[in-house]
Design a protein around this ligand. Structure first.
Ligand code: FES
Ligand code: FE
Length: 429
């Protein structure tokens, strides 16, 4: 099957000129580019699918997406986590309509084929008739297509690409930064119960690149919301003590002078909790990274998983067409944190980064408007500017990956698009 015509790599590279910091608006709305993203990025790279705490017990499961493909993440009786398509091998119906639960079997609503927590077909009505009348009937071959699964410190990733290098290579030195979030306490982390799902009419890359490095918008977009909700404005950050770092397209921007800042969700108890733990964290992660714990910052794990270290919202931007996303949001905390602190994080995240949260509404408005205006027939011919911080690369004794000084910077967004281009231009069958 020949498939739709594809732009050649040279044409794609003309759209995204990273040397000049100019990006063609087409990447935010074009249907062909979007279809290529699903095939070349979402179907071929590692994707975050769950936190282990969401499927803590045998037979726990949840449903989510890898690109637009629905999948089930399930823990088996042996404790191992499997990820497989949420689509019956008979006629393709969903085998789980539930979004979360605990069950040993998934029985399809249509004709009753039944699968286990690894996607194997374990039963079907009138199996004797199949055996008698269907010469090539092979029950073992009718299991559901499974993804490769690997975990890093509680985060479960999956990919449908058999040839993709392992998760360790995918994350690379980004693990050193992830440990700030995932390993600042010996007890590890968990997601608080509940998964908030909402829709936005924007291209998935706007939120992803925004969280990867767009600190520049925060003091402008969020100042009034922060004052109303948190009692203090966003304030200026010391540019000479702040950084953008990136590894393999994963980005993290942070300042080192913002630890325990009153902006930590406007909750003095959280600030106190962070301060009390600072020395212990320094022993565990070193002084520099201990200053990143609780510092207001933002990060995106390529392609579509974002989090705000310090504010502890964790989210995925699932693509739903070129101009729409389904946002899944959780609250990530240290397992050992007192319940009162977990409650404060939950309340703080709901007030700021939930569908009714002030700061999320600020962002959503910008992303939806930018997605929509970029489609205008005259507007679309004008390139977008991604040129901030072209000369900001520095050598740093401790920080890993590509390090750039000053968090008012477009470096991480360019790194995001560099990775995007590499994957979009790859040869695939
Ligand atoms: Fe699932 Fe027929 S579609 S049993
Ligand atoms: Fe924002």
């Amino acid at each position: 099957w020949p498939g739709a015509p594809r732009p050649d790599p040279a044409a794609l590279r003309r759209l995204v000129d990273l040397d000049k910091g100019r990006i063609d608006r087409r990447v935010y709305w074009d249907e062909t580019i979007y279809r290529m993203e699903l095939e070349r990025i979402f179907a071929r790279t590692w994707l975050f699918v769950a936190h282990e705490s969401q499927v803590a017990k045998p037979d726990d499961f949840l449903t989510t997406y890898m690109g637009e493909d629905g999948v089930i993440v399930a823990r088996g009786q042996d404790g191992r986590i499997s990820v497989f398509l949420n689509s019956c091998t008979h006629r393709g119906n969903k085998i789980s309509l539930a979004e979360v639960g605990n069950r040993r079997r998934f029985t399809c609503n249509y004709h009753g084929w039944t699968f286990d927590t690894q996607g194997a077909l374990v039963g079907l009505p009138h199996e004797d008739i199949y055996k008698a009348t269907c010469p090539d009937f092979d029950k073992a071959a009718l299991g559901i297509h499974r993804a490769r699964v690997e975990s890093y410190k509680g985060l479960v990733f999956a990919t449908f690409n058999d040839e993709a290098p392992g998760l360790e290579q995918f994350l690379g030195d980004y693990r050193w930064y992830l440990d700030v979030l995932l390993d600042n306490d010996e007890g590890g982390t968990e997601f608080l119960p509940g998964n908030i799902k909402s829709r936005m009419q924007c291209n998935w890359k706007f939120p992803a690149e925004n969280f990867a490095g767009d600190s520049y918008h925060a003091a402008w977009t969020h100042n009034s919301g922060a004052m109303a909700m948190l009692g203090t404005g966003v304030g200026k950050s010391n540019q000479e003590r702040s950084y953008q770092v990136n590894v393999n397209g994963h980005g993290w921007q942070f300042g080192l002078d913002m630890v325990g800042n009153a902006m930590v969700l406007g909750e003095p108890e959280i600030v106190q909790y962070l301060r009390e733990r600072e020395a212990r964290v320094a022993e565990r992660l070193g002084k520099l990274r201990s200053r990143m714990v609780g510092a207001i910052s933002s990060a995106n794990l390529f392609p579509h998983t974002s989090f705000l270290p310090g504010q502890n919202t964790f989210r995925t931007w699932h693509p739903k067409g070129p101009s729409a996303i389904e946002l899944h949001t959780w609250v990530l905390v240290n397992k050992s944190a007192p319940q009162s602190i977990k409650d404060k994080y939950m309340k703080g995240v709901m007030r700021t980064f939930s569908p009714s949260g002030t700061l999320e509404m600020d962002d959503g408005d910008n992303w939806e408007n930018a997605t929509q205006t970029n489609q205008g027939v005259v507007t679309r011919a004008q390139k977008l500017h991604y040129g901030l911080g072209m000369d900001s690369a520095i050598a740093h004794e401790e920080l890993k990956g590509a390090v750039h000084l000053r968090k008012y910077n477009d470096t991480n967004q360019r790194a995001f698009f560099r990775r995007w281009l590499d994957l979009m231009c790859q040869e695939i069958d």
